[in-house]
Design a protein around this ligand. Structure first.
Ligand code: ATP
Length: 136
C-alpha cells in the first residue's frame, strides 16, 4: 500500500515523524482525510486529534491548532502544541478540563472570556481522548 510521510512539528520540536497510509485531521473547515498523492493544500487546523493509519496499526496525536501543509508525498503539521499518548499527563488534563468547565459555567454570570475557556476545554478533552486510546 502506498504511503505518505507525516511530520508533526511544534516550537519545541518534532512530535511525530513517520510514513502512513492515511492521515486525518480536524481542519477549521471540518474533518480532512489525506491519502498519498493528495493535491497540494494549506489549511488552518482546529484543536483536535490527528489520526495516523499504517497497515493495521493506528496512532493518535493531540494537536491544539496550527496549520497543515499537504504535498503529494508529504504532510507537515505545524502545531502550537502537540502530544503523543505517552507524553500526556492525564491528571493535568483532568485539572485543565475542570478549570475550563468552571469558567464556562461562571461565564454565564460574569464577563469571562468564553471562547478562551471553550478552547482550553477542547484541548483537555482532546488530550484525554488521545491518552485514553493508548490504554485500550
Ligand atoms: P494547562 O492549563 O494544563 O497548561 P493548556 O491547554 O493551557 O493546559 P497548552 O498551552 O496547550 O496547555 O500547552 C502548553 C505546553 O504544555 C505544551 O508544550 C503542551 O504540549 C504541554 N501540555 C499541556 N497539557 C499537557 C498535558 N496534559 N500533558 C502533557 N503536556 C501538556
Amino acid at each position: 500500500m502506498s504511503t505518505i510521510n507525516v511530520n508533526v512539528v511544534t516550537p519545541d520540536g518534532t512530535v511525530y515523524e513517520g510514513d502512513v497510509n492515511m492521515v486525518s485531521v480536524r481542519a477549521q473547515s471540518g474533518e480532512l482525510g489525506i491519502l498519498p498523492g493528495h493535491i497540494p493544500m494549506v489549511a488552518p487546523l482546529a484543536v483536535g486529534t490527528v489520526r495516523l493509519k499504517h497497515d493495521s496499526s493506528r496512532e493518535l496525536v493531540s494537536v491544539s491548532g496550527g496549520f497543515i501543509e499537504v504535498r503529494p508525498d508529504k504532510v507537515t503539521i505545524l502545531a502550537e502544541s502537540a502530544e503523543q499518548p505517552s507524553e500526556i499527563d492525564v491528571d493535568r488534563a483532568l485539572e485543565a478540563k475542570k478549570r475550563a468547565e468552571e469558567r464556562l459555567n461562571r461565564a454565564k454570570q460574569e464577563d469571562i472570556d468564553f471562547k478562551r475557556a471553550e478552547l482550553a476545554l477542547r484541548r483537555a478533552n482532546t488530550r484525554l481522548e488521545v491518552a485514553d486510546n493508548k490504554r485500550r
